[in-house]
Design a protein around this ligand. Structure first.
Ligand SMILES: [Zn+2]
Length: 119
């Protein structure tokens, strides 16, 4: 229903505005492909200048810019993205090692419990 309503609005205003509105149209299309998110009422989100997506933290903002709009970024922003990406990757590696260690401990814990109860 809302898609039909949006189309009606687009066709109505297209005649009046022209090229400027076409670029807004692209932003609306990219908004549709983004996941729906909710921010707390007291949060001050950082808004993406290219697609209007709200992000709660600086790190997530830089990651979004790099992943979605890398070609449009200047050198400093690209460097910020790479730095954020590396630190995110390191954090993921740490999580994987800790998760694997937890699974190994759980496995051998159950094995020891089984060995004690079966004896
Ligand atoms: Zn964006």
């Amino acid at each position: 229903m809302t898609g039909v309503a949006d189309d009606d609005v687009d066709s109505g205003t297209d005649v009046e505005v022209g090229n400027d509105f076409d670029s807004d149209d692209e932003f609306e299309d990219s908004d549709d492909s983004l996941p729906e998110t909710e921010l707390p009422a007291d949060a001050e989100p950082l808004t993406c200048p290219y697609c209007g997506f709200d992000l709660p933290e600086e790190t997530q903002y830089r990651l979004h810019l790099g992943l979605e709009h890398y070609g449009r970024l200047d050198e400093a922003e690209q460097e910020g993205f790479k730095e954020s990406y590396r630190s995110e990757n390191d954090a993921l590696d740490r999580f994987r090692i800790i998760a694997l260690g937890g699974l190994v401990l759980l496995y051998f814990g159950f094995l020891v419990v089984y060995a004690l109860l079966a004896a």
